[in-house]
Design a binder for this molecule. Structure first.
Ligand SMILES: [Zn+2]
Length: 237
């Protein structure tokens, strides 16, 4: 039997009581090629996942624990999934079930391999700093919050970044932050933040979507990330 952690939504193969929950997914269309889903009422961390619609197929960015029938129908009618890409272990949730449902490989950074609690033949670990999923969609490893922490860059228009909480959009969506632990509010060292900013220096993106509802930066996102990073580093000095 599969059971889910109530705190982060990770799925475990266990015997015993199955948690009771009755969740549904709420979809939002940001524009014709970008949609997001989250579960209502709130479940676990309450992150959203994104459906990135490219000419080469749909990519699911990050994952949520509930895969309901409406979501299966909607994704299938939009062409299914070409791939699943996940920023870090807090959002692994039930990725194994989504992959099996849509016959889609799951791209995870190999540095976080030990956090996979349930194996799946669909998991593809990758090493290094970037991996191209389609001609214009790339996973970029930034590290920080997790050793293998990744963001997704999409070259559409002026560039879109889906950042999970590796680059965390702050309330008001005018700035971002970077933490090692969010519940315990433990920051990252200046050198790590400086490395993250350096890795993003040549990446062009004007829009940035964080892990949580409403955390959308719709203009000048690359500049905002750079400025936020510099401010963060100067606070640690
Ligand atoms: Zn996290």
């Amino acid at each position: 039997m599969i059971t889910l952690c109530k705190t982060c939504g990770t799925s475990y193969e266990v015997t015993g009581a199955h948690p009771e929950h009755c969740d549904i997914n709420k979809w939002k269309q940001h524009d014709s090629t970008l949609l997001s889903i989250r579960t209502v009422p709130d479940f676990a961390i309450d992150q959203r996942a994104f459906l990135v619609r490219t000419p080469e197929g749909n990519i699911l960015w990050d994952c949520i624990a509930t895969l309901d029938d409406a979501t299966k129908t909607l994704i299938t009618s939009l062409g299914g999934l070409k791939a699943i890409a996940i920023s870090h272990p807090h959002y692994y949730t039930t990725m194994q079930d989504w992959a099996a449902e849509f016959n889609a490989p799951i791209y995870l950074h190999a540095s976080d391999r030990r956090w996979v609690m349930r194996d799946s033949p669909w998991i593809r670990f990758w090493d290094g700093d970037t991996i191209e999923l389609t001609r214009d969609v790339t996973m970029i490893r930034l590290g920080g919050h997790f050793a293998g922490g990744c963001v997704l860059h999409w070259g559409r228009d002026e560039g879109v970044m889906l950042s999970g909480d590796i680059v965390q959009v702050t309330p008001g969506a005018h700035a971002v932050s970077f933490m090692w632990s969010y519940p315990n509010m433990l920051p990252l060292p200046a050198a790590t933040v400086s490395d993250i900013i350096q890795r993003l220096r040549t990446v062009k993106f004007k829009q940035l979507y964080g892990a949580f509802e409403g955390k959308d930066i719709t203009q000048n996102a690359d500049e905002i990330v750079r400025r936020s990073g510099e401010k963060y580093i100067s606070c640690l000095k």
